[in-house]
Write a new protein. Structure first.
Length: 155
């Protein structure tokens, strides 16, 4: 395993800073066009990717965030009428699914145009195909290493 040296720590800090700046830029674009944050858009996107209906735990998993961190977002999205909670009628009546409403699906489609335009302007336009392929390989490597127990992630 490579030693954690100043170069690796610096690369980690730079990665954090670049991702944070990209997210801020995309969030600003969404707020300017829609007055809606990227955090809300991310929940709508996760629901869209999950087929329009999902359990809160699945939404959180899709976003790679703790379930407790999305509950307020779901409350606000429900207040706006963009998602609805549906209680199960099965044996476990406590179970809840979150469903994109018709207006939530429409909002997501329209916001997705602004989102893609912002991603293009702040991210994609600066990277060539080889850069994207390299980035994808690095992300896949980190993702795979993070899912292994600590003593097996040696390569």
């Amino acid at each position: 395993m490579p030693r954690l040296d100043n170069i690796r720590v610096g690369a980690w800090r730079d990665l954090q800073a670049v991702v944070a700046e990209l997210e801020r830029s995309i969030d600003e674009a969404l707020r300017a066009d829609w007055d809606i944050s990227i955090e809300w858009f991310d929940v709508l996107t996760a629901l869209q990717r999950l087929g329009g209906t999902a359990r809160p735990l699945d939404i959180a998993g899709s976003l790679r965030t703790p379930a407790s961190s999305i509950s307020r977002r779901l409350d606000r999205l429900e207040e706006e009428g963009w998602v609805a909670r549906r209680r199960h009628t099965d044996p476990d009546r406590r179970a809840v699914d979150i469903e994109l409403t018709r207006s939530g699906r429409r909002l997501w489609r329209e916001m997705n145009v602004s989102y893609r335009r912002a991603v293009q302007a702040h991210f994609a336009t600066h990277l060539g195909d080889d850069d994207i392929a390299s980035l994808r390989r690095m992300l896949d490597t980190l993702d795979a290493a993070d899912t292994l127990p600590p003593d097996t992630a040696t390569d």
